[in-house]
Structures are given as structure tokens and as C-alpha cells.
Design a protein around this ligand. Structure first.
Ligand code: MN
Length: 243
């Protein structure tokens, strides 16, 4: 099983969640929202072969935490993974969009200068602006658009840019999310929980809940459950050297 985007450090009992991920053999990309959270979050998974920690600066926090970009630069050599980063153009965060764009561009340039990273990217209310930034920085690495809800034309554009897509159970219970997922190439889709923010059945999602996407994806792709699982694992092996 795979969870390509979750916030392990933000669970009430992160150590217990890590233990359960290990017990279940789950591959996890543990993302962070600030550079100052990176080292502590990496420590959580110090003994886990299947968990990798990404260095992030969440767009919703850029207005308050842009001062941590120096720390971001210092820590970048320590990891092959970057996230959660990106842009948020929704009403509460629109005012900081110029600063967000500046920070995101800087992050993409640092990743390119470091030889490329694997990035998990937030794009709520800013799908076009995120694609513009990725298009201008193709050497930043491999992009995973997380919970991506772009239009069909933006989907074509994202695919042309080589993007991957991580989809969660919450996304696949909405009509819009399902319609968007139907436009994604099957060989670029990966599961995510976005826990503890993502939800399933009205509660906070655990990392292993990411695998609940198998059933809706099987229907969408007209594949058996077992072929869908095989597809997702093959995608993950193509994406990462972890499995
Ligand atoms: Mn997230």
C-alpha cells in the first residue's frame, strides 16, 4: 500500500501512526508544512525503510513563514522529496499570492540547482498559476499534483508537463473529483490520504485509508480491484526507487 501525501507530524499520536504504517507495510511520503518541522518529522521515521520525509513550506503558511526560506535552502540537500509546496488562491490566502509565487519560484529554482527533486504540490484555487510556474522551471524535478482539480484543458497541459497526480478517498467521493480523476492518465496516478486533514466517513483519514481509492479507481478504469492495485504499485515503482 502507498500514501503519497500525508502529514504524519500533525496526527495526535504520530509515533503510533508510524508504528501502524510499518505493521501494514505501507509506503509513505510524509510531507511537512514548514522547514522548521522537517528534522523532527524525519526523526519520526528514522527507523522506517518505507517512509520518506519531504521538506515543505505550505502556501497557506507562506505569509507567516517566508522567513524560513533560508532554512529550506540549508535542509534541501538532506532529502530527495519536497512538499507540501505550491500556491493557494482561495479567499483566505489570495492576499499573499504574490509572496507565495515568489517563494514557490524560489523553491523550484533551488530544486533545479540541486539536480531536481520529487515535489508534491498544492494548487487550490491556483491551478493555472501552478502550471505556469512548473512550465517555467522544468528542471525542478518530478511533479506530483496533489488533490488536483484543474479543468480538462489544464489537465492536458499538466500531462504535457510530465506531471503525476495523487488522489485521495475524499476527492473520489465528489462528482467533480471523480470527473477530474477520469482525465488523468492511468500510469500517472498515485494514492494519497492527505491525513489528518483528508477525511473518510466523516473522520480524519489515516495513511492506510489512501488505499481506499482502489475501488473507485477500479470502477473509473473498468479494471478489476486486483489489476487496479497492480497498476498503482507499478506506478509507484516508476515514480520512486523506494519500492
Ligand atoms: Mn496536505
Amino acid at each position: 500500500m502507498i500514501d503519497l501525501h500525508c502529514h504524519l507530524d500533525l496526527y495526535d499520536d504520530p509515533a503510533a501512526v508510524v508504528t501502524e504504517c510499518e505493521r501494514r507495510g505501507l509506503y509513505v511520503l510524509s510531507v511537512t508544512t514548514t522547514p522548521s518541522a522537517f528534522e523532527g518529522t524525519q526523526q519520526l521515521a528514522a527507523n522506517s525503510r518505507r517512509i520518506r520525509t519531504a521538506l515543505g513550506l505550505h502556501p497557506e503558511l507562506v505569509a507567516r513563514r517566508a522567513g524560513e526560506m533560508n532554512l529550506f535552502e540549508t535542509l534541501l540537500p538532506m532529502t530527495d522529496y519536497v512538499g507540501e509546496v505550491g500556491l493557494d488562491g482561495s479567499a483566505p490566502h489570495r492576499a499573499s499570492l504574490d509572496l507565495q509565487r515568489e517563494v514557490f519560484t524560489k523553491i523550484l529554482r533551488l530544486c533545479a540547482a540541486a539536480g531536481g527533486r520529487k515535489l508534491t504540490i498544492h494548487s487550490r484555487g491556483a491551478t493555472g498559476a501552478v502550471l505556469d510556474a512548473l512550465e517555467q522551471n522544468p528542471k525542478a524535478g518530478t511533479f506530483v499534483l496533489h488533490w488536483y482539480l484543474g479543468s480538462s484543458r489544464q489537465m492536458e497541459r499538466a500531462v504535457r508537463l510530465g506531471a503525476w497526480f495523487s488522489v485521495g478517498p475524499a476527492m473520489l467521493t465528489s462528482a467533480r473529483g471523480l470527473a477530474t480523476a477520469a482525465l488523468m492518465p492511468q500510469d500517472r496516478v498515485l494514492p494519497e490520504s492527505d491525513g489528518p486533514f483528508g477525511t473518510v466517513e466523516g473522520r480524519s483519514a489515516d495513511p492506510w485509508d489512501a488505499w481506499r481509492v482502489v475501488s473507485p479507481l477500479a470502477s473509473l478504469w473498468n479494471l478489476s480491484v486486483s489489476d487496479t492495485q497492480t497498476r498503482l504499485m507499478a506506478n509507484f515503482r516508476n515514480f520512486s526507487d523506494l519500492a
